[in-house]
Write a protein that binds this ligand. Structure first.
Ligand SMILES: *Cc1c(COP(=O)(O)O)cnc(C)c1O
Ligand code: SF4
Length: 433
């Protein structure tokens, strides 16, 4: 049994595989970790990374900072400071300037999604879609390891003003009681599973008494980053008993597992954890972005989804990388993502076609790239809302001019020379402009 040992730029020398990392890669890790979060742990290092294949190994690219995540100029700025042993204060200042240029608050999350109760903003909560509320527990603002492509990177980078965090479960309950249309509470972070079972119970048990609530979801990458959370941690048994209690109370407990690569569940630790969670009656669904250098290959997705279905994990979403942070390094254009998606989707039986994607979580809603088609000689993307900031947009399709290199909705223009997508005038009114 592995004990949890975490490694950051500060103690990377203690990593057992330290000597296998080439010096220029070590330097890149040090430089990039000044700007983006970096943390791995003993399970990631021992069981997930193929050290004979670094730096190309997808699990290495997923967890260790890469030079390409910074622009050449930004990399040189920090690299020069690091090499000249500059004052850490100065390095932090330069890193902060770079961070603030990387769109740290995409899709208007701060401005438009913060709910209010009696006029008071509820920080650490987001209510964007009618049926579900996101809750960010204060103690869940870390992860067992960090993904290099993380879209929540500002939460871990000391950008305090861009942190979502709340410790008041009472406010959440009050909000749910005055919003009976909310059926799902989604615990997210960071990773809520970094919390002790005692804390998890503090946040979740009061929800069992809200009759209008149907589902508790937990967004987590712990099945991948630290499966021992469900099996060998000292309070794992207590956690499993609590999951049983949630299910017995009549609520649906949904573990929304972030899984980027088949290797994350192709190990006995993760398989045990899946089995244990499922034995409680909780359901595990999987979601992940499609990301260059990590899983930009339909065979990788097919293998992952087949394994998931075999283990009883339900494929749920394939996302596109959000427009923030090191997106230029990880992005996959919409057209290519659709090919990757279809290449894998078409190999699945119906039981695996529960998945939806590739999906953009953007300001108007969740928008799926459905298809590429041609009408009157114009090549087009067919797009579809699976969630709308206005619920009336949900399940509506719309068309955009085809663009090989477009990687986000902002890169698209409406089909047939139209000035606006159908939702844009209303979206602008919501923004008050
Ligand atoms: C994705 C998301 C949800 C959940 O959407 P589902 O389609 O129900 O899984 C809820 N709130 C926000 C802000 C989201 O981005
Ligand atoms: S697990 Fe999620 S929140 Fe944590 S680093 Fe990865 S993407 Fe970010």
């Amino acid at each position: 049994m592995l004990t949890f040992q975490s490694y950051t730029a500060e103690n990377i020398q203690q990593l057992p595989q330290y000597d296998t990392i080439p010096p220029e890669q070590l330097h890149a890790i040090k430089v990039v970790a000044e700007v983006y979060p970096f943390r791995v742990n003993s399970h990631v290092a021992e069981n997930l990374i193929d050290w004979s294949n670094i730096p190309d190994d997808p699990m290495f690219r997923l967890s260790f900072p890469q030079a390409g995540m910074l622009s050449g100029e930004d990399f040189r700025t920090i690299s020069d400071l690091v090499l000249s042993d500059a004052d850490s204060q100065l390095i932090r200042q330069e890193a902060r300037k770079i961070q603030l240029r990387q769109n740290p608050n995409p899709a208007g999350q701060m401005e438009l999604n913060t709910p209010r109760l009696d006029g008071e903003p509820l920080h650490g909560m987001q209510h964007k879609y009618r049926e579900s509320v996101l809750f960010f527990p204060l103690e869940a603002q870390v992860c067992h390891a960090y993904c290099t492509y993380c879209f929540r990177w500002p939460q871990f980078s000391g950008l305090e003003s861009l942190k979502f965090a709340n410790e008041s479960v009472d406010k959440l309950i009050d909000y749910l009681r005055s919003h009976p249309e909310v059926k799902d509470v989604i615990f997210t972070g960071g990773d809520p599973m970094v919390m002790s079972t005692e804390l998890i119970e503090k946040y979740m048990r009061p929800l069992l008494d809200v009759p209008t609530l149907r589902t508790i979801r937990i967004g987590t990458k712990s099945l991948s980053w630290w499966p021992g959370r469900f099996t060998t941690d000292s309070d794992a048994d207590q956690l499993i008993r609590f999951f049983e209690e949630v299910v017995t109370s009549g609520k649906h407990l949904a573990i929304m597992a972030h899984m980027s690569h088949p290797r994350e569940i192709d190990n006995p630790e993760a398989v045990d954890a899946v089995r244990r969670i499922r034995s409680t009656g909780a359901v595990i669904r999987s979601q992940s972005p499609v990301v260059r250098h990590v899983n930009d290959d339909s065979e990788v997705w097919e293998e992952m989804w087949q394994k998931q279905v075999q283990l009883g994990v339900i494929p749920y979403y394939m996302f596109l990388e959000r427009d923030t942070g090191p997106k230029h390094y990880f992005e996959v254009p919409l057209a290519e993502a659709l090919d990757i998606y279809n290449g894998a989707y078409r190999q699945m039986s119906g039981l695996g076609r529960t998945v939806r994607g590739p999906s953009m979580s953007c300001s108007p809603g969740k928008v799926i790239v459905e298809d590429v088609t041609e009408i009157n000689d114009e090549k087009l993307f067919v797009l579809k809302f699976t969630q709308g900031r206005n619920p009336e947009w949900t399940n509506k399709t719309f068309l955009a001019s085809y663009d090989d290199s477009a990687s986000w909705i902002d890169d698209l223009t409406p089909a047939f020379g139209d000035e606006n997508f159908f939702f844009e005038p209303e979206l602008r009114r919501m923004y008050g402009s």
